[in-house]
Design a binder for this molecule. Sequence first.
Ligand code: ATP
Ligand code: MG
Length: 230
Amino acid sequence: MLEKVAPTGIKKLDDALGGGFSRDGMSLIVGPSGIGKTILAVQWLAEGARNGETCVYISTTIPAEAVVIYYGKMKFLRDVADKIYWYDMYISPRDLIPFTPKKILQIFPSIMPEFFDENLNLKKKIDRLVIDSLTTIEEIIGDSSMFRYLGATWIRFFHEKKIAALLIEEMDESKEKMGEMRNFSEATIVMDHMENRNMHMRALRIVKRYGYNHPTYWMPFHIRDEGIIL
Ligand SMILES: Nc1ncnc2c1ncn2[C@@H]1O[C@H](COP(=O)(O)OP(=O)(O)OP(=O)(O)O)[C@@H](O)[C@H]1O
Ligand SMILES: [Mg+2]
């Protein structure tokens, strides 16, 4: 049996999250371009893979193969890159018509037939899953209430299949958008650039983590070959 939480392997972050991200629901990472969202998410997958869990990464932007080449050289991923399942998800609006739950979920057997049959049954268990990022899908759909419906449908599906899902959303420059999926998440982490005495810093903040009295302050972090260092 797996623990109730799926640790990131980043000690300070796991402590702040009450052990890690919940396996009983979806977690969300929100932040601007280049802040380290993909690294944090892949580090979480690498930690799972290192412990023998089945971990899946789905890219909606650059080809997953490029993600492996780009981050696979980094120390945190090097030893387990080939244990993670890497997929691409390219959706056109046509793939989502008619906009029914069945159609919205059909994308999963179509991109990963090793894991799902046509009736959406799991052929093989998935422990951890990352979608990087939902923002591309939001742009394709172009309607925020429809996007939220798709998100809610996917999230319910992962929950049913007992998959710990970590979703990523881009934050735009205006910082007005804090992640359309935030209301559906068990935990939300915001990552952002900070200016401190003319020094640029990266920091992250746990916005919420249900069922745990987490710190809410900004925690500075660095990106190194080992991944995110808090
Ligand atoms: N080996 C490394 N050592 C230190 N920093 C690195 C290393 N590799 C990448 N970085 C830093 O990580 C940043 C990219 O992080 P990441 O790809 O996770 O960002 P992101 O939030 O996913 O961005 P996007 O929204 O564009 O996908 C780079 O801008 C770079 O500053
Ligand atoms: Mg990224």
